[in-house]
Design a binder for this molecule. Sequence first.
Ligand SMILES: Nc1nc2c(c(=O)[nH]1)N[C@H]1C(S)=C(S)[C@@H](COP(=O)(O)OP(=O)(O)OC[C@H]3O[C@@H](n4cnc5c(=O)[nH]c(N)nc54)[C@H](O)[C@@H]3O)O[C@H]1N2
Ligand SMILES: Nc1nc2c(c(=O)[nH]1)N[C@H]1C(S)=C(S)[C@@H](COP(=O)(O)OP(=O)(O)OC[C@H]3O[C@@H](n4cnc5c(=O)[nH]c(N)nc54)[C@H](O)[C@@H]3O)O[C@H]1N2
Ligand code: SF4
Ligand SMILES: [Mo]
Length: 580
Amino acid sequence: MNNLTACPLDCYDACSVRYENGRLKGDTGHPVTQGYLCPHLNHYAEYERITQPRYRGEAVSMKEALRILTERLREAAPHTVLHYRGGGNMGVMQRATDHFFAAYGATLTRGSLCDGAGHAGIIAGRGANYALAPEEIAKAEVVIVWGRNLHTTNSHLLPFLKGKTLIVIDPVRTQIAEQADFHLPIKPNGDLYLALLLSRFLIIEGSEDKAFLEAYGSEHEWFYELTQTVRIKKVLDSIDVSLGDIGRLLEMVVGKRTVILAGIGIQKYANGAATMRAIDSFGALLGLFGKEGCGVSYLGDSLSGVGLPFERKAKHYETVANLPFHKYELVFIQGANPASQLPDTARVLDSLSKAGAIVYFGLYENETSQLADLVIPAKSFLGKEDIRASYGSDYLQYAPMLRMEEAGIGEYELAAQLCGEFGVAIESEEGCIEQIMASSEPAEPGYFRIRGRQQPPYRDGFETDDGEFVFLDEVDYDFNLEEGMFLLTSKSPRSLNSQFRREHAAYLHPDLGFAEGTRVRVSSAVGSVELEVRHDDRLRRDCVLIYSGTPGVNYLTTSRLSDEGENAIFQDEKIKVEPC
Ligand SMILES: Nc1nc2c(c(=O)[nH]1)N[C@H]1C(S)=C(S)[C@@H](COP(=O)(O)OP(=O)(O)OC[C@H]3O[C@@H](n4cnc5c(=O)[nH]c(N)nc54)[C@H](O)[C@@H]3O)O[C@H]1N2
Ligand SMILES: Nc1nc2c(c(=O)[nH]1)N[C@H]1C(S)=C(S)[C@@H](COP(=O)(O)OP(=O)(O)OC[C@H]3O[C@@H](n4cnc5c(=O)[nH]c(N)nc54)[C@H](O)[C@@H]3O)O[C@H]1N2
Ligand code: SF4
Ligand SMILES: [Mo]
């Protein structure tokens, strides 16, 4: 049996994995992921899974659990049923349940907890969001890592950056910042201003790519005017960047094959879309699009070019970042832990407590499974058929069922059973796999890439109305960089959001005077949480770092949505830290 599969976790890398003698190993043959795995998969077998379905706290059989679910769905008016699928497993077949619930008439979700603001900024400028393939990034001379923590969240890209001039823009001295030729420890959310000022000085110097702008950016004058509205001295002071820094950065990139790798760190704010679009606009002035070894790359649209056998058009949608669970008779939660990962935990818990009934379909116990009326264990990725696409490369990987699992049920199987009960048509599992894989073509022997994707992307222009790049021409500067401490809530090397080994601390610069191990109350205008102090001298003194997945962190965050992209906002609230 072919023992090749793909890591299902929400991660840029989408590692190719071998399952040998009951163990997971990196697949050395894969051109991008090259044979090593991160701690999540290396320790995958150690995490205790849910094996027993339960209803109102009592163990029930899987058959009984599905009977209860079916009965509840029959009793409910379809529009009072909410289906929310999170990022626990990124396999394409996870969407089989969307297909059932959409056809049944349930409310589905839209918007994002993750990359939605940046994505909206990219769509506004380029019309489509394509990432650069690692092989393309490898051709760059200079790489700017802008709000992405490569060693933690995207480590398989590191081999592709060897020997390049590295610039890192991050409030934290991350591992990649340590290795950089130039690290700019910018104040959080100073990036929009930085991109505007870099653009302004690029034009003042006359170093913009005039040929590119003539062909694809004829409206850049408006953007230049916008950059002139920024008050240089005041703004530079407020973001902790000097004129010397601007000059140095420009000197490092002008005339060089440059790649900007933007992560979600730049867009965890209300204005996240504008920030991403300003970075893109700076990239366009440099003429980075459509040229070998150049570009601006974010979390790409992993399913662009992939034909899906599943329908997801629902009659009603709710935005995920502020889901009103309380409006629903039945809430079906799959692959997600909203009681921890949605912003504004106090609101979420109150809303969940008023929902009619909660169904949790997942692998692990967590805050959400504890609240659920009906708990349905899922099969792990090794026990079901799936396909993995990536938001950081063009490969499409088949992830076949590699072992029989007694416990749990696969997403396709659950969806197919429900479709059967409610007379909804669904393609066979084999047919789905075939149809999805048909979007790919053989690349290196044994591996497949999504057909029709260009590298570098945008070689023939943009997917906008006239094929040109649409520059940012308006900004709402309504954000406060002056007072208070900033919350940084990034990804931990030990957990994958709320899966695996979760953090339990607030990380602070030692100079702030809180002793390691003491407890502090961290509060914002939204709420507060008590945590243990850990020291981290890589942090600015105006930042508190509380990793994603830390129980309680989202008591601090708001349920407002980003200005564009219907995204959650995780870092807008100013923070106070007090001993308790
Ligand atoms: N180990 C591990 N890997 C993961 C995950 C995980 O939980 N754990 N989660 C996965 C998921 S769901 C996603 S979406 C990706 C995200 O992966 P990344 O895009 O890397 O996102 P983050 O770790 O949230 O933040 C990245 C960096 O942004 C910096 N940052 C924060 N605020 C700002 C700012 O205002 N400006 C600038 N310039 N930088 C800022 C942070 O210090 C951090 O170093 O990672 C995936 N990979
Ligand atoms: N404070 C703060 N909050 C954040 C973030 C942050 O950086 N800071 N990041 C946000 C981002 S980028 C994201 S993507 C979200 C992620 O938030 P969620 O989408 O809620 O993801 P997880 O916390 O990883 O929880 C996933 C659950 O999925 C289940 N699961 C895993 N595999 C499978 C499977 O194969 N089938 C089924 N049915 N279930 C499975 C597991 O039981 C696990 O508990 O969190 C967001 N929340
Ligand atoms: S979580 Fe990411 S780095 Fe770790 S094994 Fe999976 S795809 Fe690879
Ligand atoms: Mo994410």
